[in-house]
Design a protein around this ligand. Structure first.
Ligand SMILES: C[S@@+](CC[C@H](N)C(=O)[O-])C[C@H]1O[C@@H](n2cnc3c(N)ncnc32)[C@H](O)[C@@H]1O
Length: 214
């Protein structure tokens, strides 16, 4: 059956948006703050770096990124969720972090401006055609030598996973997630021009931080 964007759950709204960070903490049995700190540390950002965060959400990740890029760095967050944007502004309201209400799955105008494009738990929620647009937007937005960091599900065989993992992916998660999990992302990124890759794994290898260099 062909997947459609209408099946996606990536647009977080209402109560889910209002309590998004708390929900993440509960779903992960309190481990999310430790996990996300570790993952953001693995980005190895430098003071002064410019970061584009696609689907920035509540700004939780960006508050941690700001600690690495310091005052001279800059974050541009893109999101379309009204509640998420409000949260970002509340959580991350410093001069060098800005949130823009903009769709990431349509061609963007950013060109060779950023050291890092970060996309965390967003890419799996799009149909492949839209993921490819997002990948192209990232490539164009990065400076030469800049990096794309995809924090999302790892590639694994859902069918052979435990009952709990199978239930979470097939019943609770976005219906597009399993399609994302089954794809070879290193191969896809290579086809789009990325050359070198590094990987870090979390949650028993079900989550991966994939970093690719332009
Ligand atoms: C699952 S949340 C992840 C938020 C954040 N990146 C994180 O890791 O906590 C997905 C986010 O993508 C945003 N989003 C969904 N569709 C989008 C689109 N087409 N363009 C920009 N943002 C979008 C949602 O509003 C939401 O904030």
């Amino acid at each position: 059956m062909k997947l459609t964007q209408e099946q996606s759950k990536v647009e977080v709204k209402g109560m889910e948006a209002k309590f998004y960070d708390l929900l993440m903490n509960i779903i992960t049995l309190g481990t999310y703050p430790f996990f996300i700190r570790k993952a953001i540390k693995a980005l190895n950002l430098k003071p002064g770096d410019r970061v584009l965060d696609m689907g920035a959400g509540t700004g939780r990740n960006d508050c941690l990124i700001l600690k690495q890029i310091k005052d001279k760095g800059e974050i541009i967050g893109l999101d379309i969720g009204e509640e998420m944007i409000k949260k970002f502004k509340k959580n991350c309201s410093v001069g060098n972090a800005t949130i823009i209400n903009k769709k990431i799955d349509e061609p963007l105008n950013f060109k060779e401006e950023f050291d890092l494009v970060f996309i965390s738990f967003v890419l799996h929620g799009f149909i492949q055609e839209k993921r490819e647009i997002i990948i192209k937007n990232s490539f164009k937005a990065l400076k030469k030598g800049g990096r794309l960091a995809i924090l999302d599900y790892n590639e694994f065989n859902v069918e052979d996973s435990s009952f709990l993992v199978k239930y979470a992916i097939r019943k609770l998660e976005c219906p597009l997630a399993e399609d994302f999990i089954l794809r070879d992302w290193k191969k896809i990124l290579k086809e789009h021009g990325w050359t070198s890759f590094s990987k870090s794994y979390y949650y028993k290898k079900k989550v991966r931080l994939l970093i690719a260099k332009k």
